[in-house]
Design a protein around this ligand. Structure first.
Ligand code: NAD
Ligand code: ZN
Length: 244
C-alpha cells in the first residue's frame, strides 16, 4: 500500500468518496456488468428503466423483490467498514454512493449521499408519495392511495434525473475535497462519472480502487488495482497503526 496515501489521508482536512457496485461485490451482490448480473436472462439495463415498468410492472417488481431478498441476506464487507474508520479520522468526510443497497449506512457511515435512491424504499410512480406497505404481487402491483398511480421502487432508473439535492451535494463534495477516492464504479453512468473529473479539476488528489481500468483511471494520481475489500482494509490497517 502506498505510504504517501496514508500520510495524505491522515493530514487531509476533507475527503470525498464515490462508490459503485464494485464495493458491494465482496458482500455477494452482483455488479450490473459482471458475469453474475443476469436474472432470468434479462440484462439489468432492460429492467431498470421506466419504459420496462410501464410495459410490465410485475416483471420489473419481481426482479426488484429478488434483489431485495438478496440484499437482506448480506452484510457490509471490509471495504464498507474501512470507510467508517476513514470517516472517523478526517474532519470533512463525505461519501457519495451510486449503490441502492444501504450497506454503507448499515456499516455505520454517517454522511452518505445516495445518488440513486434506496432499493428498500417504494414510492408512487406518479406523485412520488412514499409507499410504506408490503409489496405482495399475488394481489397485483399496489397502487397509490392518493392518486391511484402504480407503486415502484424508490431508485433512479436509466434515463431518469437524479434527486436534485443529492446531485448538488455530490458536486459540492467533488469540488471541495482535498482527496477524492473512487471505489468500484465503472465510470460510465452519468452524472456520477464526471465527479472524479470535477474533483481533479479542483486539484484533488484522485485515488481509484478497481481491479479493472475505467475511463477515470487516466486522470488518477493513484490507481490501485486490488479489489475494494483488500485495498481499503490495508489502508485501514495502516491508519490504525498510525493512531496507536
Ligand atoms: P457497474 O456494475 O457498472 O460497475 C462495477 C465496477 O466495479 C466495475 O468497474 C468493476 O470493475 C468494479 N468491481 C468489480 N468488483 C470489484 C471489487 N471487488 N472491488 C472494486 N471494484 C470492483 O456499477 P456502477 O458503475 O456502480 O453503476 C451501475 C448502476 O447499477 C449504479 O447506478 C447502481 O445504482 C446500480 N447497482 C447497484 C448495486 C448495489 O446497490 N449494490 C448493484 C448493482 C448495480
Ligand atoms: Zn400517487
Amino acid at each position: 500500500m502506498d505510504k504517501g496515501l496514508i500520510e495524505l489521508v491522515m493530514n487531509a482536512n476533507s475527503l470525498g468518496v464515490l462508490t459503485g457496485a464494485g464495493i458491494s461485490a465482496a458482500s455477494g451482490i452482483p455488479t450490473f456488468r459482471g458475469k453474475d448480473g443476469l436474472w432470468k436472462k434479462h440484462r439489468p439495463e432492460e429492467l431498470a428503466n421506466y419504459q420496462a415498468f410501464q410495459k410490465d410492472p410485475r416483471l420489473v417488481w419481481e426482479w426488484y423483490l429478488w434483489r431485495r431478498e438478496l440484499i437482506k441476506n448480506v452484510n457490509p464487507n471490509a471495504a464498507h467498514y474501512a470507510l467508517v474508520t476513514i470517516e472517523k479520522v478526517v474532519e470533512n468526510y463525505n461519501l457519495i454512493t451510486q449503490n441502492v443497497d444501504n450497506l454503507h449506512t448499515l456499516a455505520g457511515n454517517q454522511k452518505v449521499t445516495e445518488l440513486h435512491g434506496n432499493i428498500m424504499r417504494s414510492k408512487c410512480s406518479v406523485c412520488s408519495k412514499p409507499f410504506l406497505g408490503k409489496i405482495n404481487l399475488n394481489a397485483g402491483v399496489p397502487k397509490c392511495e392518493q392518486c391511484n398511480g402504480l407503486i415502484r421502487p424508490d431508485v433512479v432508473w436509466f434515463g431518469e434525473i437524479l434527486p436534485q439535492n443529492a446531485i448538488q451535494k455530490a458536486y459540492e463534495i467533488a469540488m471541495r475535497s482535498e482527496i477524492f477516492m473512487v471505489v468500484g464504479t465503472s465510470g460510465v453512468v452519468e452524472p456520477a462519472a464526471s465527479l472524479p473529473f470535477i474533483a481533479a479539476n479542483n486539484n484533488a488528489y484522485v485515488v481509484e480502487i478497481n481491479p479493472q481500468k475505467t475511463p477515470i483511471t487516466d486522470i488518477t494520481d493513484l490507481y490501485i488495482s486490488d479489489p475494494a475489500d483488500k485495498a481499503l482494509q490495508e489502508i485501514e490497517k495502516k491508519i490504525i497503526e498510525r493512531l496507536n
